[in-house]
Design a binder for this molecule. Sequence first.
Ligand SMILES: C[S@@+](CC[C@H](N)C(=O)[O-])C[C@H]1O[C@@H](n2cnc3c(N)ncnc32)[C@H](O)[C@@H]1O
Length: 465
Amino acid sequence: MSSPFEFSPVKLVYGGDALGFQAGRTVLAPRVLPGERAEVEEVRRQKGVVHARPLRILEPSRERIEPLCGYFGRCGGCQYQHLPHSAQIAAKTEILRETLRRLGKVTWNEPIPAHFGPAWNYRNQAQLKIGKPSEGPSALGFFEAESNRLIPIDTCPILSPRLNALLAVLHSEPWIGALANGREVELLADDRDAKVMLALTGNWDAQEAETLAHKCLVELAGVSTVAVMHDVGLRVFGEPHLTYEVGGFAYRLSPTAFFQSARFLLSDLVAAVVAADVAADVAPGFSPARADLKVGATSLPADLKVGSTSLGEESGGVAIDLYAGVGLFTLPLARRFQQVIAVEAHPQAAADLAANARTVPGNRIRAVAGTAFDFLRRYAQVNPYLVVMDPPRAGVDAATLKLLVDVRPKRLLYVSCSPPTLARDLGFLLKHGYHLDGLDLFDCFPQTYHIESLARLSPIGRERA
Ligand SMILES: C[S@@+](CC[C@H](N)C(=O)[O-])C[C@H]1O[C@@H](n2cnc3c(N)ncnc32)[C@H](O)[C@@H]1O
């Protein structure tokens, strides 16, 4: 271990660390703010970069505040509790801008409007680990940053009140005993923070799984669904689904299907995606149902029939929601477009998507179970007005992006939870005939380094309505 050294970072970077230089070397350290003087020590060196940990703050920044959570600094969940929320948002905005420039060669000098909600109790989901911490008996908690060392946790101020109440109970000795053969407990609360779907992963036989699931349903307040993933597969007890309402739409959610976790910003995010099409640069009087915006070849091969109606029977604009999940954007998009095609690869989410699509009258939604790539490869002629894509952290793979630019939608909305992959993918789209029209930041994950954003694109030289 090398001796401690003084560190005064120049900026915060994606991942939560502060970056600075010392004796010609690049140094990264968590929980130090730009402009501060801190004493740090090297913990590892990777690709010539020194990763350090703070020992003490010698001269604090005027922005520094006291973290709310006693686990901050040990638990890997939060990185920014020492920074006021407004400063977190300002930092994330600059990190987003810089990541796009550095990794994607995408220069965006326009404002980046920030959408935010309450900075605490905002998560409707928790992924708790069960295991043995370095000292003491088995426990429930989160992992330390960049490790799988467990930190026992009995409260977490970014989780919703309902989830905190459950965390406190599950943390107790009898429950730790009951969960002894488990590895993970996932909690998902509904929009009212009333009902909870609980998913357990562990080594249980069928009888043990059933006994444990019933114990959860009977003894844990609010738990209405229990999914157990064990040696012999997945079994669901109690109510088969959770219902989550956003903006007047009720979404069916099954265990293992993806759903957004920022409960206060969900309707803002949905509204921004659905309304984005009437951005200032669209001609006044725009309405997706207007006859002059009809897309050309909307008819698709008969094998894309869902129910009794084939795609393309109705006239009007077509929107495609790739990476649709259970249909968070799909359902409200159907209010604006004659047809919405929603594509989702995860089988359980795709089943929820199909069920949720059926709740929208008018048969406007076609739910497609499969990958975005397969869909675009087979239906390149669909000619959509709008494509929404909200891929996982890995972003959109190059082959799918190539197909997408051939499809050439007139508007493209990219919802991203990862600035580095957004930068890469925007870099590609901007090289292939698209223009970046707008960029918004959604602070879905206060106290953490995570950045959600929405990029709006359109083809260069497009005809405006
Ligand atoms: C970040 S989530 C977004 C879901 C949805 N838009 C929402 O906001 O709830 C990404 C979704 O893409 C799905 N997915 C992952 N890879 C995919 C692929 N190659 N094609 C289609 N869907 C995919 C995942 O199962 C997940 O539901």
